[in-house]
Design a protein around this ligand. Structure first.
Ligand code: T3D
Length: 261
């Protein structure tokens, strides 16, 4: 659990699910420096807390996140530094967090807000959510991992059309593109997210963490490296209490009671 209350987000842990809510609704939860810092701290807190077994990232109000805070213009003149030290660590933290991370996209996800959402392991979106790769509109390039995420999901030509185009992706289009796992009516999003998060939180957390590592590695690895990594991590998963429980539950024809160990 965090030591200090946050100013730009809410952090709630309940029934093994930590929910991080970006909370600057008047600015559609745009990422200012404080929010970037606090989000990093919240992700670390969720990773550290052994009672947390799934993490939800969502936004307060009508937006998920409008990307970099542009109020007062772009005061940023040291892009490489700020992206390397403030944005990229958030993406790495989500991708390497040893628990499932769900982005619950309640409204517009623009710029680095789209990057954040799509860095999650699973994206569930409200029907009226929008994905807006806003970078080119303000003369920037997509950052925070978005080029990689999109090109790998849809291939180069469609990625160009999505990232360079003027149009926004609706939730349904993002689902068709394989970027979003589920689209639900806006008034069901909170319940659907809770149900999904609780299902994941009662799963074999250690096995999920190892699976994330394999997926991260598998995006770049050769077949032989992937096969070797799977064998190595299976050695770890195979010795877990959850594996023993899963096999016992199978034999006894009951649901497993995974403890995440
Ligand atoms: O500088 C660095 O840190 C480098 C890193 C860059 C990474 C990036 O993310 S670059 C991309 C930055 N984001 C954008 O360019 C998105 C800008 N916003 C928009 O294009 C639109 O607002 C949206 C498409 C997101 C939503 O449109 P709409 O019509 O639903 O809402 P709106 O009326 O435009 O915005 C509502 C309010 O949110 C409004 O405030 P107001 O007038 O009611 O007081 C608007 O100013 C505010 N808002 C929206 N986006 C941002 C924002 N405030 C600050 N920063 C924003 N990015």
């Amino acid at each position: 659990m965090p030591d200090e209350p946050y100013e730009t987000l809410l952090f709630e842990a309940d029934a093994a699910v930590a929910t991080i809510t970006l909370n600057r609704p008047d600015a559609l939860n745009a990422l200012n420096a404080a929010m970037r810092r606090e989000l990093g701290a919240a992700l670390k807190a969720a990773a550290r807390d052994a009672t947390v077994r799934a993490v939800v990232l969502t936004g307060a109000g009508r937006g998920f996140c409008a990307g970099a805070d542009l109020r007062g213009g772009s005061g940023e003149r040291d892009f490489r530094r700020v992206i390397t030290t403030e944005y990229n660590p958030l993406i790495e933290a989500i991708r390497t967090l040893p628990k499932p991370v769900i982005a619950s996209v309640n409204g517009v996800a623009a710029g680095a807000g789209m990057s954040l959402a799509l860095a999650a392991d699973l994206v569930i979106a409200a029907e009226d959510a929008r994905f807006v790769p806003a970078f080119n509109r303000i003369g920037l390039v997509p950052d925070s991992g978005l080029t990689r995420t999109v090109v790998r999901a849809v291939g180069r030509h469609r990625a160009f059309e999505i990232l360079m185009g003027e149009r926004q992706l609706s939730a349904a289009e993002a689902q068709d593109a394989g970027l979003v796992a589920a689209v639900v009516p806006a008034d069901s999003l909170a319940d659907a997210t809770r149900e999904l998060a609780q299902r994941l939180a009662s799963g074999p957390t250690r096995g999920f963490a190892l699976t994330k590592r394999l997926l991260n590695l598998g995006e770049d690895a050769s077949l032989s490296d992937s096969l070797a990594a799977e064998a190595g991590l299976q050695e770890i998963a195979g010795r877990s209490e959850d594996h023993a429980e899963g096999v016992a539950a199978f034999a006894e024809k009951r649901d497993p009671d995974f403890r995440g160990r």
